[in-house]
Design a protein around this ligand. Structure first.
Ligand code: ZN
Length: 45
């Protein structure tokens, strides 16, 4: 696990378009289709 995720950028779009992407580990990451940055879970739902 990497602890640098907190410093990573996150989506700041007003209306982010959540897109699920499968990671190699088997986990899914929700990204914004606009900027490609990870969408906060509270917004991703
Ligand atoms: Zn975005």
């Amino acid at each position: 696990m990497t602890a640098t995720f907190t410093s990573a950028k996150s989506c700041g779009c007003e209306t982010p378009i959540p897109v699920e992407r499968a990671e190699r580990k088997g986990a899914s990451v929700t990204q914004c289709a606009h900027c490609g940055l990870p969408v906060p879970l509270r917004l991703a739902r």
